[in-house]
Design a protein around this ligand. Structure first.
Ligand SMILES: Cc1cc2nc3c(=O)[nH]c(=O)nc-3n(C[C@H](O)[C@H](O)[C@H](O)COP(=O)(O)O)c2cc1C
Length: 256
């Protein structure tokens, strides 16, 4: 049986229309689920920054386990420039960082162009209700991408608990090693500030010494000096007065 050119073109057009309609419907109907998964992934990253991982024996689903662990965290919305806490509780839980006004900033080594007016940090208390850890969102440029993650800091506001990156576009095996647990294991117990209160943590080329003798250095990623430099620069930015400095001051004074 022979089909005319007009029939074949018409058939192809109808097929394209049906496929694109089905694709659009699928994309729209999955949007909610994708957003939920994105939020879950972010929460999991907060837990990972605190070195909390799901026990192998756990019978809970990932979502249930994350919800259970996350209940031990309290979100605070912080005004970056004043360091004041502007919301806690449900208001802080439903905070959407993507909807917050952004403020352009001066040129800086972390290549941060603008910052949100307000950020959400997470407090974790120990079993006696005492502050144990604060998890800070961090971001800055690597070689190819903006790397986004969390740095967890102990209640002394200086000792690092852990680091994690949940979004980056660095090269797998090179800069992409920022999310390798082996590299992240170099961070716990290193110190952010020196004795004068200056941000001293840096990512060096090569290997850092033991944390007792070399508390402010972290091993660089081999073959990824630019990504490593980006990680160091974002630490410098976020823990300076331009970043969390005002909030850290308020915490030290017991006013946050
Ligand atoms: C395909 C390709 C991908 C690369 N990806 C990265 C990367 O993700 N991060 C990075 O810092 N350097 C990356 N580099 C290397 C940089 O171009 C640069 O040479 C390197 O940062 C220098 O670091 P080194 O002194 O540790 O070798 C990549 C190079 C190539 C050819």
């Amino acid at each position: 049986m022979q089909f005319s050119t007009r029939y074949i073109l018409g058939f192809a057009l109808v097929l394209c229309l049906i496929s694109s309609t089905l694709l659009s419907i699928t994309a729209v109907s999955l949007r909610g689920k994708q957003e939920t998964n994105r939020q879950l992934d972010k929460k999991k990253s907060v837990l990972m920054a605190c070195n909390i991982s799901k026990p192998e024996k756990s019978e809970l689903s990932d979502a249930e386990w994350i919800a259970e662990e996350f209940a031990t965290f309290e979100a605070q919305i912080v005004n970056l420039s004043t360091g004041e806490v502007v919301a806690t509780g449900e208001e802080a839980d439903s905070f959407d960082p993507d909807l917050i006004e952004r403020i352009p900033v001066e040129t800086n080594p972390a290549q941060i162009v603008d910052v949100p007016k307000e950020v959400r940090v997470f407090h974790r208390k120990d079993e006696n209700g005492k502050l144990d850890t604060i998890v800070f969102p961090i971001y800055g440029k690597g070689l190819w991408s903006t790397m986004k993650g969390f740095l967890a800091v102990k209640a002394d506001l200086n000792t690092i608990y852990g680091i994690t990156y949940y979004s980056h576009g660095e090269t797998p095996g090179l800069g992409g090693e920022v999310d390798n647990p082996k590299w992240k294991a170099h961070w716990p117990n290193r110190k952010i500030f020196d004795a004068d209160g200056k941000v001293a943590i840096k990512v060096i080329k090569g290997s850092a010494g033991p944390q007792a003798q070399d508390p402010h250095s972290v091993d660089g990623l081999s073959g990824a000096t630019i990504t490593s430099r980006g990680v160091g620069a974002m630490m410098q930015y976020w823990f300076s007065d331009k970043g969390y400095g005002p909030y850290l001051k308020k915490l030290q004074e017991g006013k946050a």
